[in-house]
Design a protein around this ligand. Structure first.
Ligand code: SF4
Length: 758
């Protein structure tokens, strides 16, 4: 079955006509993402020459994907919107809640029992509202989307930061919060500030140990975790065309690590091969028939510096494998320099565990190349010095990896196969001994390596590399092992080398057939009851947030002045908290518990201005709320970088935080705050951050005159009776100001549904 084939055919049929209209207005060569964006303008929106990085534009994405952790809140919100079914094809994927501990079989049993109420809830909501449901064990959202739903030229949003993975099939695929998913599922326009464009030309060709992963690891090192913020990254050139579609997906997936809105490649033969191999030959043929509209115009390819806001060229023939980390994915070290870097930084060089797989790197090509490393090592009598864990991206991939003998090879060298799920990539790894918090190093082929993300231990130094390099490092047991130059001593005491990896782009024996874990929704879901167990501590129906009362904010106590990096993991921690994703009241107990208090350098220990005592952030926020007070959160640069979870915005709203004032925001978090009715403000003068004192009461005035481009006045009332008046910027446009006034974006949607059904 090809999903959404009618929608896809209609899109390709209309594409040349729509694009001709766009060309009439823009009258210049277009890049591939411009072609996709302009042909997905929300119906009724006129084609204009929008300014990149400035204009907010309304779009109509083709589909929505949600993972089980974020889907709970998105669907609870959707249920409040008063609709019969979703306006566009949508899907839910049960991948984030499965703990990796004792291997796939045992872990799946535990997940089915432990998460039953959540799975029942998701399954019944999907059934009722015509949403595709991928059961636990089916696989990880982005791998399933690539295997089943993504199509060149399409546009989708997903409630997960690594949704851009689908750029490997030429799709503009953007990670958003649940509130944005609700917009699209309810048929509203989805608004985005038109991204700026970064063009990356890949010349030359990968060889030996270098892989697509190394391209994005290098790019992360060049652009840093915020270098892609507000941008779409387009890859092109002969080096790009030589990459497999799944290799392209790895690169697009990790574009999230540079803060990019999304990344993508133009349509090419590798995409056609992947579509055909995964049962979508018809889609490949339709895409081919309009191929010129699914790639950048030739003028863009030949003179990229004229058309992109930033242009970079990377010669793949010279690219070395990279190892990025620890604690941030942009700390890029070429493998040949790792000995020096580890010594200089005091990183523990003994690798305890290596992990491969995840949504980022579990294609057939990845698995077959990693397996070839194992085979080559076994052939010269090497054994693994570190533990080795494998998380397949989907049941389809696991099934063929087993069929083709790769899983057996991994097990032969001591590997353990976890469930087809996120597991260790999102802190869902019950790693033996990690509760003792020893300093140690692990290496994985996942995408993120912030502190605690892998095993919850803040002292775990997590490094990121390609699956083949992770496998070689597992065998050596050393972070500093360079398989291009170094030898290892085998079981016979001889010095040997591991031959370079070889793999297959696509399975020579095909993808085969398996029960892929899909549940088709009911034809008519009207009478289906949604399962929420009474008294559940994991799921709770939502109540609408109150409308803004029209008054300025006065005397709001400072809740926390966060110091340094404050990602969504610091704001709303994952790991054990994932189980409360559908229960706003309970999950609010993790609000900002990972953030560092500027005034004492401690996490989750802040001053309660009412009592003069120190307490946890959620407890103090609740105390202010109980006293009828709002509060203000202050932070530094790129506040809210990382995941797209809207809990990081709903929790402060629930706890009565009125404004978040920072040096700069990560895009998704800023939008999420706006959607939930919280004011996201940035210091007009960043040095004003230094003026915030621990006992400050904060006033934010002029809210009745809130207008695009107009700064807001903030008064800091210090406890010694002095005051500082500062100016704060915001990025609200007119319609977003209506969200603020209504109390949330969803309040506006509900009003409009109610008006239509009258
Ligand atoms: S990045 Fe990790 S947690 Fe996120 S979808 Fe991929 S495997 Fe899951």
């Amino acid at each position: 079955m090809i999903f959404d084939i009618e929608m896809i055919s209609s899109f390709y049929r209309n594409l040349p006509i729509k694009l001709a209209e766009v060309r009439k207005v823009l009258r210049r060569p277009l890049t591939v993402s411009e072609k996709i964006l302009y042909t997905h303008l929300f119906p009724g929106n006129q084609v204009n020459s929008y300014s990149r990085g400035a204009d907010y534009v309304d779009f109509a994405p083709d589909r929505v994907a949600m993972q089980d952790a974020t889907a709970q809140m998105a669907l609870l919100q959707f249920m409040m919107a008063g609709k019969q079914q979703t306006a566009v094809p949508s899907s839910v994927h049960c991948d984030h809640l499965i703990m990796a501990k004792s291997g796939a079989e045992a872990d799946m049993k535990t997940a089915f029992t432990g998460n039953k109420e959540v799975y029942d809830f998701l399954s019944t909501v999907c059934n009722k509202y015509n949403i595709g449901f991928w059961k636990p064990g089916a696989g990880i959202i982005h791998q399933i989307v690539l295997e089943n739903y993504a199509f060149p030229g399409g546009m989708m949003i997903g409630t997960d930061s690594h949704t851009p993975n689908a750029g490997g099939l030429g799709m503009v695929a953007i990670g958003v919060g649940g509130a944005d998913a609700v917009d699209v599922m309810t048929g509203m326009a989805w608004e985005l500030k038109l991204p700026r464009l970064i063009g990356i030309k890949l010349s030359g060709k990968l060889s030996g140990w270098a892989s697509p992963k190394d391209i994005i690891l290098k790019v992360a090192g060049m652009l840093t975790v915020s270098g892609g913020t507000g941008c779409i990254v387009e890859y092109f050139g002969e080096g790009a065309e030589a990459l497999s579609s799944t290799g392209k997906a790895t690169i697009c997936n990790m574009g999230a690590e540079i803060g990019a809105t999304c990344s993508l490649f133009g349509y090419d033969e590798a995409m056609a091969r992947y579509l055909s191999a995964t049962g979508r030959k018809e889609v490949a043929e339709m895409a081919l028939s309009v191929g010129e509209h699914l790639r950048s115009d030739i003028e863009v390819i030949t003179s990229p510096e004229k058309f992109y806001d930033q242009f970079i060229e990377i010669n793949l023939s010279e690219l070395e494998p990279y190892i990025n980390g620890p604690f941030t994915p942009d700390l890029a070290t070429p493998v040949s320099k790792m000995k020096e870097a580890a010594e200089k930084n005091g990183w523990p060089v003994n690798i305890e565990v290596g992990l491969i797989g995840s949504c980022t790197n579990s294609s057939y090509e990845d698995i077959s190349r990693a397996a070839s490393v194992v085979k080559n090592a076994l052939a010269v009598n090497l054994t693994a010095k570190a533990e080795f864990k494998i998380t397949p991206g989907s049941e389809q991939i696991r099934n063929i990896a087993e069929r083709d003998g790769y899983l057996k090879l991994f097990e032969e060298i001591g590997g353990e196969v976890f469930a087809n799920a996120c597991g260790p990539c999102i802190g869902q790894w019950d790693r033996k001994g990690s509760d003792r918090n020893p300093v140690n190093s692990v290496i994985h082929s996942f995408n993120r390596n912030f502190a605690k993300r892998t095993d919850g231990n803040p002292n775990t130094n997590a490094f990121v590399a390609s699956p083949e390099l992770v496998t070689a490092i597992v065998i050596s047991g050393k972070l500093t092992f360079n398989p291009l130059t170094d030898t290892l001593v085998n079981s016979e005491g001889k010095e040997v080398r591991i031959a370079e990896p070889k793999g297959f782009e696509l399975p020579p024996a095909g993808f085969g057939k398996t029960d892929n874990g899909f549940q088709e929704p009911a034809k008519n879901g009207r009478n289906i009851e949604i399962a929420i167990a009474p008294g559940s501590d994991r799921l709770q129906n939502l109540a609408p947030f109150a409308e803004w009362d029209g008054n300025d904010y006065h005397n709001l106590p400072l809740l926390i002045k966060a110091k340094g990096k404050c990602t969504t993991d610091h704001i709303s921690m994952a790991g054990v908290w994932l189980k409360y994703r559908g229960h706003l009241e309970n999950i609010s107990n993790n609000y900002m518990i990972g953030a560092i208090n500027f005034f004492n350098g401690k996490a989750n220990e802040i001053l309660n201005q009412l009592t003069g005592k120190y307490d946890g952030v959620p407890a103090v926020a609740r105390a202010y709320k109980a006293a009828g007070l709002g509060s203000v959160v202050v932070g530094e640069e790129n506040f809210g970088e990382g995941s797209s979870r809207e809990h990081a915005a709903m929790e402060p709203r629930y706890l009565n935080v009125k404004a978040v004032l920072v040096k700069s925001f990560a895009r998704i978090h800023e939008t999420n705050l706006k959607k939930q009715g919280i004011l996201p403000l940035t210091f007009a003068d960043k040095s004003d951050y230094d003026k915030i004192k621990e006992t400050d009461k904060i006033c934010i005035t002029g809210l009745n005159e809130l207008a695009p481009g107009k700064n807001v006045r903030v008064v800091l009332q210090h406890s010694d009776g002095t005051k500082d008046e500062i100016s704060a910027k915001h990025t609200y446009n007119e319609s977003q100001i209506d969200w603020f006034k209504a109390g949330s974006a969803l309040n506006l949607i509900r009003k409009s549904s109610a008006n239509k059904s009258k």
